[in-house]
Design a protein around this ligand. Sequence first.
Ligand SMILES: C[S@@+](CC[C@H](N)C(=O)[O-])C[C@H]1O[C@@H](n2cnc3c(N)ncnc32)[C@H](O)[C@@H]1O
Length: 312
Amino acid sequence: MPATAVPLLDSLSALADPVRSRMLWLLDGQELTVGELCSILQLPQSTVSRQLKTLLDADWVVSRRDGTSRYYSLRGDDPARAQIWDVTRLQIADRTGADQDRRRLDRVLARRSETSQQFFAASAGQWDRLRQEMFGRQFAFEALVGLLPSTWTMADLGCGTGVVMATLAPHVRRVIGVDASEEMLAAARVRLRSMENVELRRGALESLPIDAAAVDAATLMLVLHHLPLPAGAIAEAARVLVPGGRLLIVDMAPHDREEYRQQMGHVWLGFSEEQTRRFVESAGLRLERWWPLPVATDASGPGLFAAVATRL
Ligand SMILES: C[S@@+](CC[C@H](N)C(=O)[O-])C[C@H]1O[C@@H](n2cnc3c(N)ncnc32)[C@H](O)[C@@H]1O
């Protein structure tokens, strides 16, 4: 029922009852179930339910279903009622028994977190598996992208089918993808068709179709091992970055899968930290970090690394 459905003066009579005003006092600031109200007020469920219904009908209380539970709380969206309640609350705060209500309320609230504390104490050994079973592997990484500054313009260099762009685009101002392959770009166009802040450009990583100092950050993901001269592409990435801009490289760590040269046209069998450092420093970037990425149990390829470099 909307707050205006019961005239304010009519609803005042609902307040004029010691049990109902105690209830409202308890429901001010937290949601409680009928069972919790019963144990705090030490009243039978039939009494609590009846009084609660009066408060609901008079628009003093709202309820919310959560799974099989229903939670009740003081209605907070009506300024006139809020003023009346402020005065009433002061009147009843010092009533006899208020301390006991407060102590029993604290115990009920503590019991709620005890249940989750007991769960965590018992499940610490299995939590990682349970977390993955319930929510999958990806969600935390997808959420962490939200920490990127929303003002950034980013470039995904060698964007392929646009997987990385699709992850970045909802969180930053603009994403420019560059790739040499028309087929890859066509697939990226389909993937990104609903995103308005992305732009796909056909071009070579060795001479990027992007103005100098135009992007805040760039990614080179699974691309460098295809390039005869990785340092040239990194120098181009450095050119398009603003001063202080960042480059993220993800590629394979050194490996011995010779067959990748024929099968997939790999020119390099991975890169060590030292090689990566030489490439980025020769491009006028500073290597901030190089770290091996955890190996996914369901992945068959060589181990990957990530490196972050900053344009000086
Ligand atoms: C292995 S795919 C990776 C795509 C994407 N970064 C990803 O993580 O899914 C490598 C991409 O780099 C592009 N590429 C390779 N050499 C290039 C070059 N010299 N200039 C522009 N694009 C290039 C390819 O067309 C391909 O789309």
